[in-house]
Design a protein around this ligand. Structure first.
Ligand code: ATP
Length: 368
């Protein structure tokens, strides 16, 4: 565990959440979250240079031993608007009250910074041992449906299962979704689930099938989805892309609820809808679009065609350019691009064509 060198004997400070869970699972953890039972802003400024204070959340960022550490005051939260970011209710509550606002028992463990003692108010240690994901109360998914996707993420990462009651609560929620929720938060969890390259116990294909079969996709779209026959994980493995999550989630018909960047929207808009048959058609449809769009075509329409482009056609390029056409006496005109397409069509049939062959084809095109 990434221990921060804080000399504190008060027993007010606790590592909390993911870091404790990962420590007990012997897995590395990226974030170090420390909670202060009481008021972190008043108490934690003593540990180093104060970098930032957020009084509304009771948090303070301090430079401890050259490292930025976030200290949070223990707090309770209210979901005045279900599905949206919670409001801070009270700051400076007991550790137990703080822990009870969390998502799963395995994320509700605390560990004293002073003594290393594990504080477990919800049975998280037992659930960690049994590989169980259990919510802390029956309204958990109603308050915050993004927890359903978080559950999928942890199931995938640790190979855990939802406990039966939690699964029933999830199914019940998914039958009656309140679509007025924060889709920015949903997107964040989808990216962490399907865009993640961290070590996983279960593969992305497993997560995708679970996402579809358990109807978790309904959080994003009310449309029905048919499971594509293609193995998306294998496709991603063969052709790695930056926006991996979008290749999975982009299989849904309607993503309009998710706030997409212009680039992400373009990836979806560019997926060809027409059936492509000749190599020339395939080449022209794919040459100027992102690999993500090609993979989505492969998943939704024809995997063989997507692979043919990415494995073979993509690497075929004509050698002649505008200068060459000028050189053979053709003044610049829109016919240039028609000529390049003519040469390309021949080159796709016979990739061994040389530069001289291409010049001959260009002359043939212009009847020179
Ligand atoms: P990861 O390893 O993916 O970062 P994490 O559990 O550390 O997982 P964070 O998103 O960093 O996840 O959240 C830190 C802690 O905050 C969690 O362990 C959990 O206790 C709490 N938490 C995060 N998201 C929620 C949520 N939607 N509802 C309730 N508690 C949450």
């Amino acid at each position: 565990m990434d221990i921060i060198n804080i000399k504190d004997t008060s027993n007010k400070l606790y590592y909390i959440g993911g870091i404790v869970r990962d420590f007990l699972l012997h897995r590395p953890s990226i974030d170090v979250d420390i909670t202060c039972e009481g008021n972190a802003i008043e108490y934690c400024a003593q540990f180093g240079d104060v970098l930032q204070i957020n009084p509304d959340f009771g948090t303070i960022k301090v430079l401890v031993d050259g490292r930025e550490v976030d200290f949070a005051s223990t707090r309770t939260e209210r979901y005045d608007k279900k599905g949206h970011l919670p409001q801070v209710d009270k700051i400076g509550v007991t550790l137990k009250e703080d822990v009870l606002r969390r998502d799963f028992t395995i994320n509700a463990l605390a560990m004293s910074v002073s003594t290393g003692e594990i504080v477990d108010y919800t049975g998280g240690q037992q659930d960690l041992k049994n590989g169980v994901l259990r919510v802390l109360h029956d309204n958990s998914f109603i308050d915050d449906p993004t927890r359903i996707i978080r559950g999928l993420k942890f199931a995938m990462r640790f190979g855990f299962e939802l406990d039966e009651h939690t699964k029933n609560l999830q199914d019940k929620y998914l039958e009656n979704i309140n679509y007025d929720m924060s889709y920015a938060r949903v997107k964040k969890e989808l990216i962490e689930t399907f865009g993640c390259s961290k070590e996983m116990t279960r593969g992305l294909q497993w997560a995708y099938e679970y996402f579809i079969n358990e109807k978790i996709y309904k959080l994003v779209t009310p449309d029905d989805v048919t499971m594509p026959s293609c193995n998306i994980e294998k496709l991603i493995h063969d052709y790695p892309v930056e926006n991996q999550w979008l290749v999975f989630v982009g299989t849904l018909k309607d993503l309009s609820r998710i706030p997409l960047t212009k680039h992400e929207q373009k990836i979806l808009d560019d997926v060809p809808t027409a059936a492509l048959s000749s190599d020339f058609e395939i080449y022209k449809a794919f040459e100027n679009i992102n690999t993500e769009s090609i993979l989505l075509y492969g998943i939704l329409q024809n995997e063989k065609i997507a692979r043919r482009y990415l494995d073979v056609l993509k690497h075929i390029k004509i050698k002649i350019n505008g200068k060459d056409l000028k050189h053979i006496g053709v003044p610049p005109s829109p016919e240039y691009s028609e000529c390049f397409d003519f040469v390309l069509a021949e080159k796709l049939k016979n990739p061994a064509l040389s530069y001289e062959d291409e010049i001959a084809l260009a002359k043939q095109f212009f009847k020179i």
